[in-house]
Ligand binder design. Structure first.
Ligand SMILES: Nc1nc2c(ncn2[C@@H]2O[C@H](COP(=O)(O)OP(=O)(O)O)[C@@H](O)[C@H]2O)c(=O)[nH]1
Ligand SMILES: [Mg+2]
Length: 328
């Protein structure tokens, strides 16, 4: 068809990714994000070839409620890392970004310098809508970027519980940004995220001068109560300003120290292996659900069964049994 761009072959994509060709890296990621079965098959061939060249990056998840300063912090940290000779990839996991791609714009404007930088690669969240799909694409995109030579991968997540767990399941280090004056926030939902944290950084230190010390104390005591995920690491609490770049070198120093300790103790490899197994399990579930709900018989029986359950004519168990018997 006239005007159709010729699709690169798997070998062309492989060579392009390995050579660090930005256009082909972008094409490879687009292939991975596609839900078209033909594209998926090709993507899996490509990933299979790239896999032996992956795994070399320091993978860091960056979390915190909207507005805490994640994107600004990533711009500051990212530029600092590039200046220190690193190649930095930035990914985002935002299942809510949807088709409007709202977060794409936000992130790119907050990361103006980094997005113009040759040693950085920023990819907004895929807009698959389903968290499982977004997580799969992000993990596989990480393989591409590592094989392309990026040695630091930063994954920004929106501050919602499920996507945070997903991201902590794909990184070596999970950093949680917080703001001071959050004493009561320590109750409830914030506790869940502290359990995932390898470090807490109190951000916007430039404008919260007098409240910082107290915030550090509060988060330290909150972390003190929790059981550490690793016997060799107790999550530190630091302060920083992503905007001014204050505290960034010290913060990265902690991440490198963690990497050293975890590598030496073997926990880093154990964590990555566990993550792969969790991922395997999640993928099997996703695919079973997909093929089940994609089944013709299930699709045609579903509306009537839903109606019957809604109106109390059928118990949930009976309806589930009926549905499941369709594919047996
Ligand atoms: N004073 C100050 N403002 C910041 C800092 N980091 C971010 N901001 C501001 O906080 C707002 C939200 O930042 P953004 O990076 O988009 O937060 P995100 O939603 O967590 O990604 C923006 O107006 C930033 O300019 C900081 O370190 N100090
Ligand atoms: Mg952001």
């Amino acid at each position: 068809m006239a005007g159709t761009v010729k699709q690169p072959t798997v070998d062309e994509l492989y060579d392009g990714v390995r050579a660090g060709n930005r256009a082909l890296i972008g094409r490879a990621i687009t292939l991975i994000e596609s839900r078209n079965p033909k594209h998926q098959e090709k993507a899996q061939d490509l990933l299979h070839k790239l896999l032996p060249h992956s795994g070399g990056a320091q993978r860091v998840g960056i979390s915190g409620v909207p507005g805490v300063g994640k994107s600004t912090f990533i711009e500051g940290l990212g530029m600092w890392l590039v200046d220190a000779g690193h190649k930095v990839a930035v990914l985002a996991v935002d299942p809510s970004s949807g088709r409007t791609g709202g977060s794409i714009l936000g992130d790119k404007t907050r990361m103006e310098k980094l997005s113009a930088c040759d040693d950085a690669f920023i990819r907004p969240s895929p807009s698959s809508g389903v968290l499982g799909g977004v997580a799969r694409a992000t993990r596989e995109t990480m393989v591409v970027l590592e094989a392309a030579g990026f040695d630091v991968v930063l994954v920004e997540t929106v501050g919602t519980g499920q996507s945070e767990t997903m991201v902590s399941d794909m990184v070596d280090f999970f950093l949680v940004l917080m703001l001071p004056g959050a004493g009561d926030e320590l109750q409830g939902i914030k506790k869940g995220i502290l359990e995932l944290a390898d470090m807490v950084a109190i951000n916007k230190a430039d404008i919260f001068a007098e409240k910082l010390k107290q915030a550090v104390r509060e988060y330290k005591s909150a972390l003190h109560i929790l059981t550490d995920a690793s016997p060799s690491w107790h999550p530190p609490v630091v302060t920083c300003s992503g905007l001014k770049g204050e505290g960034v070198p010290e913060l990265w120093g902690q991440i490198e120290k963690h990497a050293r300790i975890m590598t030496e103790s073997g926990e880093r490899e154990t964590r990555r292996t566990e993550q792969r197994l969790t991922w395997l399990d999640a993928q099997v579930r996703d695919r079973l659900l997909q093929s089940f709900y994609g089944n013709e018989g299930v699709r045609s029986a579903l509306p009537e069964l839903k109606r019957a359950v809604s109106e109390g004519e059928l118990t949930v168990s009976a309806a589930a049994e009926k549905l499941l018997s369709i594919t047996k």
